[in-house]
Design a protein around this ligand. Structure first.
Ligand SMILES: [Zn+2]
Length: 283
């Protein structure tokens, strides 16, 4: 119980920070410097205005000072981050009900948890930013490809796959060729569409996000993620296009679909693969 609460508090705090990052990238200011201010009246916010979700609920969704409406994005991002961080934690460290955090942790497990938390944070930023401002942030997506790739390398360094190898040769070895393959599939899938349509269907940002999904999920999980992205995308986009509410692609941000599909695959990709192989290969 204590363990769960602690992880949820970490998730809420990171979610609150992600809101700051999203807002300040949009305004072009540093996320590390300066106090958070109200978007409407610019008044510096007090510590008790910044408690995730609680402040929003206590103030009924309005600024304490000028009564301007606060975007629903804030509690939503905080809540989603907490939920997904908790899910990612319990996936690596099954909850035992004791108060020892990271109980029985191997160093490799910690890096997988860290990779999952970083990956989830990246996806949340890209999701919100593309939804609101129709742009996939290269400044986030490109470094994220390298970071999750290295986390995977350090994880494999602590598994039998890399016994006797140096860290560098482990990162370059067979177990990580899998992730390289996934990067090529994820990025290449969108690159081909980009080239065929001369940038009409797909933006350059989608290519970078596809590569990130590959580095994060590996192969064959990347295939599942791309499949789900198109399923969800079609379910949401086609009605909008038919109702003439949106032009095909031009107005529909794709990062949210890719982010949701990546999270589904992160949590359930393994089970889906097992289901698939038992359905088709064991008669
Ligand atoms: Zn205000």
């Amino acid at each position: 119980m204590v363990e769960s609460i602690f992880i949820i508090i970490i998730g809420l705090s990171v979610g609150s920070f992600l809101n700051v990052v999203i807002l300040r990238i949009q305004r072009g200011t540093s996320p590390w410097k300066g106090r958070s201010t109200c978007m409407a009246c610019d008044k510096a916010l007090a510590w008790n205005d910044l408690i995730p979700i609680v402040s929003y609920l206590a103030l009924g969704g309005y600024c304490r000072y000028c009564k301007a409406k606060i975007s629903f994005q804030y509690p939503l991002v905080e809540g989603a981050t907490a939920l997904l961080f908790f899910g990612a934690y319990s996936m690596v460290f099954p909850l035992s009900g004791n108060i020892h955090l990271f109980s029985g942790a191997e160093l490799g497990d910690l890096f997988i948890l860290l990779r999952n938390w970083v990956g989830i944070a990246v996806l949340i930023i890209l999701f919100v930013y593309d939804l609101r401002w129709f742009l996939i942030l290269d400044a986030i997506a490109i470094p994220a490809i390298i970071v999750v790739y290295l986390f995977n390398g350090i994880f494999f360094y602590h598994t039998p796959a890399c016994v006797g190898l140096s860290l560098v040769s482990c990162v370059l070895s067979i177990s990580l060729m899998n992730y390289l393959l996934a990067v090529v599939i994820g990025g290449g899938f969108f690159l081909i569409q980009y080239l065929i349509s001369r940038g009409a269907w797909i933006g350059g940002g989608d290519i970078r996000l596809g590569a990130f999904m590959g580095a994060f999920l590996g192969f064959p999980q990347i295939l599942i993620a791309l499949f789900f992205a198109y399923m969800i995308g079609s379910l949401v986009a086609l009605p909008l296009v038919f109702l003439k509410k949106k032009e095909m692609r031009s107005e529909i941000p794709f990062a949210p679909f890719l982010a949701i599909a990546t999270v589904i695959t992160l949590f359930w990709g393994e089970s889906i693969l097992q289901l698939y192989s038992s359905a088709f290969f064991h008669f």
